[in-house]
Design a protein around this ligand. Structure first.
Ligand code: NAP
Length: 261
């Protein structure tokens, strides 16, 4: 488990225009990191860059859809030109949908998987040659509590996050001899724009994030985990409780999420 310095680290963060990604970029810049921040909304990225101007680090932005190969290639090319390496790659961009599976569509499932799973995997594939050049490189994948425990009405989202967690564990074991580490972050409910940006929703079903923690708290937990070389964190106390319950009594967890999930 490598300990890392944030100051001077070269970091790519996806999904940086709001929520956890935005807070993480600012926290990294506050600690002196060089960051390439990406998302689709250019105006939000411009605001972020302005806010970061007074901080010790440096923030550059790239606007684009992370589900597009061209955007991912641009990110890697920019990192190659500017830094000739990457210390930390953070796959944070994510979308959700809340509705009963029998009302969802194949297109919706594919869209969720494209952003939450395939985009992260393919950005890692593209970035690996640059990560491989570094002393203690790190891949950070922002999964979810729902990548460890399924809940009703979130079938597609849960599938995408379980896929990301499984991929990350396998990749971590595969890369151990190359010195590249993989950190899985599994937030619980966080107060962001996530529930306002759903791809699809069905009124009256599914919980929508009441009582979440602020994204700044999640961002600070991520930065601590990067510094300390952790492999897995669950930043929210409620999330830790659900995973603990699911481990000791999966049946009780089943009945609770069926009732309250
Ligand atoms: N909020 C929660 O309760 C919660 C809980 C567990 C895990 N998470 C995970 O945390 C991560 C961050 O979510 P958040 O809560 O911070 O939500 P958020 O505020 O909605 O942020 C999502 C980010 O992803 C970006 N994004 C979405 N689709 C994209 C696309 N096709 N191409 C490029 N960027 C895209 C959005 O930017 P643009 O729209 O500008 O592209 C935005 O910056 C996600 O992976 C989410 O699944 C959230």
């Amino acid at each position: 488990m490598a300990r890392r310095r944030i100051s001077g680290s070269r970091v790519i963060v996806t999904g940086a225009s709001s929520g956890i990604g935005r807070a993480l970029v600012l926290e990294l810049a506050r600690r002196g990191a060089f960051v390439i921040a990406t998302a689709r909304r250019e105006d939000r990225l411009a605001d972020l860059a302005r806010e970061a101007e007074l901080l010790p680090g440096r923030v550059q932005t790239v606007a684009g859809d992370i589900a597009s190969d061209a955007t991912r290639q641009r990110l890697v090319e920019l990192a190659r030109e500017q830094w000739n390496g990457i210390d930390v790659l953070v796959n944070n961009a994510g979308v959700g949908a809340i509705r009963n599976f029998d009302r969802s569509s194949p297109d919706e499932l594919r869209q969720v998987m494209e952003v939450n799973f395939f985009a992260a995997v393919e950005l890692i594939r593209g970035a690996l040659p640059l990560l491989q050049k570094e002393q203690s490189p790190l891949i950070v994948n922002i999964a979810s509590i729902l990548g460890h425990r399924g809940i009703p009405h979130y079938t597609e989202y849960c599938a995408s996050k379980f896929a990301l967690v499984g991929f990350s564990e396998a990749l971590r074991a595969e890369l151990v001899n190359q010195g590249i580490e993989v950190l899985i972050v599994s937030p619980g409910t966080t107060k962001t724009e996530f529930f306002g940006s759903l791809l699809a929703e069905q009124p009256g079903v599914g919980s929508r994030g009441a009582g979440g923690v602020p994204p700044e708290a999640v961002a600070r937990a991520i930065v601590r985990a990067i510094e300390r070389g952790k492999h897995q964190i669950v930043p929210n106390p409620q999330g830790r409780l659900l995973l603990w319950l699911n481990r000791i009594s999966p049946r009780l967890a089943d009945s609770l999420v069926a009732r309250f999930g």
